[in-house]
Design a protein around this ligand. Structure first.
Ligand SMILES: [Cu+2]
Length: 167
């Protein structure tokens, strides 16, 4: 009985501990975007281009997935910035709706005066809060950063936001 029972007990313990083992703790995730005119969809009727402007963005998604801290800047745009946003969910070559303004709202500087965009996109924001869908899109590389200007209202430079560290 003992000889036959012990393997069974061992098997049950293995199952029990596998069942109870916590999922591996998520880590903060670093994401970056390189924004260029070439990533804008040429079909956008209000994008006049071409533009030699470029931009960069760095984002950090917190380990608990409750917020994203972001920093972004740009050079060489044709005209002042009229709006800047994160959009999702979209892969390269497709567009999606605005999910987060990064200037001109929520205590952020007016877009036309901004030379750097920084802020926090949080679950608790009263407008445009970070959602589960946004987090899923971020981790899948399906968020893009878009800077719109006076001459290129449809977007002058765009950068796909890509996770560069492990989850
Ligand atoms: Cu936009």
């Amino acid at each position: 009985m003992k000889v036959r029972g012990l393997p069974l007990l061992a098997s049950m313990l293995v199952i029990l501990f596998h069942g109870l083992a916590p999922a591996q703790n998520p880590k903060p995730v670093i994401l970056t975007a390189n924004a260029t005119f070439q990533q804008e969809l040429a079909a956008s009727p209000t994008t006049m281009g071409p533009s030699g402007g470029v931009g960069v963005a760095i984002l950090v998604l917190s380990a608990d997935r409750s917020k994203v801290d972001f920093w972004a800047t740009f050079v060489g745009l044709s005209t002042p910035v009229s709006a800047a946003h994160f959009h999702d969910p979209a892969n390269f070559g497709t567009n999606a709706g605005v999910k987060r303004n990064v200037c001109g709202a929520g205590g952020l500087p007016p877009c036309s005066e901004a030379t750097i965009f920084n802020g926090t996109w949080s679950r608790t924001d009263t407008t445009q809060p970070l959602t589960d869908a946004d987090v899923t899109a971020l981790l899948a590389g399906q968020v893009y950063f878009n800077i719109h200007t006076m001459t290129n209202g449809g977007g002058e430079i765009r950068g796909q936001v890509i996770p560069i560290s492990s989850k």
